[in-house]
Write a protein that binds this ligand. Structure first.
Ligand SMILES: Nc1nc2c(ncn2[C@@H]2O[C@H](COP(=O)(O)OP(=O)(O)O)[C@@H](O)[C@H]2O)c(=O)[nH]1
Ligand SMILES: [Mg+2]
Length: 329
């Protein structure tokens, strides 16, 4: 184990894999250089990062071979996962984003000139979830890139206003997703590749404008129609009503677990979890944190809630949300 790098370093390093542009790469490399402890053991790594940074900077602004263009609508993933807000016009998608994150999307119709996704980070307990507001689904001008965003995201929230036939709205959106060939999963379905190669998306439903007359009936109808297949939450976003339930549903739909690492003799840092897909095993965790951990893996101990205090777990143990794990290498 050479460098003794902090866990935050590996988290940041993971982002490099999904970076698309030299600008993004340079930014991440700069952060890595800031995070890396400066001592003899890291000199080689520091030099390597610096070399890659100057290479990325050299490429900035240049088109690679002139052929491939950077997709200006691509939203770089951040945080524990990405949830796209999909719905008909005027149902309150931008309002939701504005209430739950620091983003300030235009709350009203999208002006033609600024057809772009707007994203912001919402907080669920100790993890950040990226919410992405897109233009209404039925706009043909936005078809291709909106479909791409839906296919690339981790999960989707269908947004329907409770005061105007929310069940019909959800049906329209589901139909639209099918047309755009975005496969979806009901709550009880398990993941698997479809023939198209696109990972099917989990979704949940948010009913908005709970504060307006007629919303209660809409909420009941929505629950009756979809509760068995999907999580349904209701909000009155301008007042913050339902905000906590919404962000909790967003975390649930991502199907992730939060795991804390511990070093021998020290307390676990419960402030910044690693986030893994549900079903990740201890050895996969080791691999994802760093290949050296996998290579040198000997065993792992678990220190979760009151039940465990250093018991050994097998490398195929499936991590659960909240587990504290000490990897022994
Ligand atoms: N009363 C009430 N109005 C809302 C709520 N959410 C959104 N609105 C209003 O509905 C309109 C459309 O909202 P917007 O977020 O722009 O809809 P979008 O087209 O889906 O992004 C705006 O005038 C919002 O102020 C809500 O929960 N309650
Ligand atoms: Mg909007």
């Amino acid at each position: 184990m050479p460098a003794n790098l902090p866990p935050t370093y590996y988290e940041e390093e993971k982002k490099l894999r999904s970076a698309r542009t030299p600008e993004e790469k340079a930014e991440i490399l700069e952060t890595l250089l800031r995070l890396i402890p400066k001592h003899k053991g890291t000199e080689k790594l520091q030099a390597d990062l610096k070399r890659r940074l100057s290479k990325a900077r050299g490429k900035q602004g240049k088109k690679s071979g002139g052929a491939r263009r950077v997709d200006e609508h691509h939203v770089v993933k951040e945080g524990a996962g990405q949830v796209v807000l999909a719905g008909l016009p005027n149902v309150g998608k931008s309002q939701l984003l504005g209430t739950l994150t620091k983003a300030s999307p235009q709350i009203a119709e999208y002006p033609y000139s600024t057809l772009k996704p707007v994203s912001g980070m919402g907080l669920f307990e100790n993890v950040r979830i990226q919410l992405v507001d897109i233009p209404p689904l039925l706009w043909e001008v936005t078809d291709t890139w909106v479909a791409n965003i839906l296919r690339n995201t981790d999960a989707i929230c269908l947004v329907a206003e409770l005061i105007d036939d929310p069940v019909g709205q959800v049906e329209i959106i589901l139909e639209e997703m099918e047309q755009k060939r975005v496969p979806v999963l009901r709550r009880d379905e398990t993941r698997g590749e479809t023939t198209s190669g696109i990972q099917p998306k989990r979704l949940f439903i948010a009913g908005t404008k709970l504060d307006l007359p007629g919303a209660d009936e809409g909420a009941e109808a929505l629950k009756r129609a979809f509760d068995a297949s999907y999580d349904v939450v209701n909000v009155a976003a301008p007042d913050g009503v339902g905000a906590d339930a919404f962000i909790a549903a967003a975390f649930r739909v991502l199907d992730k677990v939060r795991v804390y690492t511990k070093t021998p003799g020290k307390k676990a840092d419960l402030g910044s979890p690693f986030v893994f897909r549900k079903g990740t095993t201890v050895i996969e965790m080791a691999r994802e944190i760093h290949k050296d951990f996998e290579k040198n893996y000997r065993t792992a101990r678990i220190y979760s809630d009151d039940k465990y205090n250093g018991q050994r777990v097998g490398k195929d143990f499936e991590l659960r949300d909240g587990d504290v794990i000490e990897l022994i290498v």
